[in-house]
Design a protein around this ligand. Structure first.
Ligand SMILES: [Zn+2]
Length: 392
């Protein structure tokens, strides 16, 4: 029986590292520069990215990252809190633009994450919580939200040449009109459904935006043992660290369940531990580096498709919108490419070896994850491909 594979090349499951809040910013807080860096230092030695490269990507070079990036000066870094801050908007410093272009050239993705991420109710207070409002909760009209969001898409295009296709609500906070804003901007995917949901079959809006799940916390394997910098929380946690090994068993089980059921494994992180409110940013690549190594160490021997959110959403979209028909020697695929997705494929599986021939081009199947698989290119416009099936 011919089938459209669940994932590209019939991989068992896709995995992406999602890093929020990369920004052209730096807070002078810790003696080590990589802990202070939010993106200002680019990929130079001492930067947050260089730390990630050395401590994770060098060991697991297949990892793909989607960076969720606010395009204005990051609002949550408060200038009134006695920590020297440098922060810039996208387009203000060429070095930062070049850094983003390098990330894209390395196969990573940059995605939308608001303009300035939100604002303080009282900027003279250094606390967040009740004193901070995330960006999408501030859009009183759909029109305003669409304008601010479109401006970001245009600025990314101008400065880096990239077409943004997805994004995430700041702090996952949305109000009634938020979905309408995202729908009007016609993103391919959007992380809209709060933390740690493995449901990857949800779409919203007239344009059927793929609701991208956030399925695994990057800090799972250290959550009970790290020091937050908040004295009362750290006092409460002082015995919890002994439960971490037990909690790890649960974390491995959850990770395996995502893998086994062919769900999207999307690992949630932030770029930096440094904040202007004094405590460590919950879930960040520096504090969580051991946890991230455990996660990717678990995934490494398995049949994982390392891909960006955009690549995963693209495959999912084509799969859901394609029709496959076959009889004894003909296989036809129908797909209307209204989103103009290019340089992409659809993977077809069968139990036995087979070939598909279209005029002079022949695709021979290969054994992938227990099934014979071929990858058929998808082109712009209406795709109606008829292939002659040949037994190998
Ligand atoms: Zn954020």
């Amino acid at each position: 029986m011919f089938k459209i594979a669940a994932w590209y090349d019939n991989y068992q499951a896709p995995a992406v590292l999602m890093i929020d809040d990369l920004s052209d910013a730096y807070i002078d807080l810790y003696p080590e520069s990589y802990k202070n860096d939010w993106g200002y230092l680019g990929d130079q030695e001492g930067s947050a990215y260089h730390f990630l490269q050395q401590e994770l990507l060098d060991f697991y070079p297949d990892i793909k990252i989607t960076f969720f990036i606010p395009y204005l000066r990051h609002g949550i870094l408060n200038e009134n809190c006695n920590y020297p801050i440098q922060k810039y908007a996208l387009g203000e410093r060429l070095e930062y633009q070049q850094f983003l272009q390098k990330l894209i050239a390395s196969g990573h993705e940059i995605a939308h994450h608001g303009s300035n991420h939100g604002r303080y109710v009282n900027p003279n207070l250094c606390t967040v919580g009740q004193n901070w409002i995330h960006e999408w909760a501030l859009f009183d009209t759909v029109e305003k939200g669409v304008n601010v969001t479109q401006k970001g898409i245009e600025l990314f295009k101008q400065t880096t040449g990239v077409t943004i296709v997805g994004g995430k609500y700041c702090g996952y906070v949305a109000i009634q009109n938020s979905a309408e804003i995202i729908d009007q901007c016609n993103f391919l995917y959007w992380c809209d459904n709060g933390h740690y949901q493995s449901n990857d079959t949800h779409y919203f809006g007239k344009n059927r935006i793929f609701s991208f799940p956030t399925s695994f916390a990057g800090n799972k394997f250290i959550r009970l043992s790290y020091i937050t910098g908040d004295a009362s929380r750290d006092r409460q946690k002082r015995y919890m660290k002994y439960l971490q090994p037990l909690y790890n068993l649960l974390a491995y089980y959850q990770l395996y369940q995502l893998y086994k059921h062919r769900k999207i494994i999307s690992i949630q992180e932030h770029i930096s531990p440094s904040t202007t409110w004094g405590t460590v940013q919950s879930s960040n690549i520096v504090t969580d580096i051991k946890s991230l190594n455990k996660i990717f160490g678990f995934l490494c021997p398995r049949n994982i498709w390392y891909a960006t959110c955009a690549e995963i959403a693209t495959y999912r979209y084509i799969k859901e919108n394609s029709i496959l028909e076959w009889d004894s020697n003909k296989l036809t695929i129908y797909f209307t490419n209204t989103r103009k997705l290019s340089e992409t494929v659809l993977s077809i599986t069968h139990q036995n070896p087979f070939s598909l021939q279209q005029e002079c081009v022949i695709y021979h199947s290969e054994q992938k994850n227990g099934l014979q698989t071929v990858n058929i290119p998808i082109t712009d416009g209406y795709n109606e491909f008829e292939y002659t099936i040949k037994d190998n």
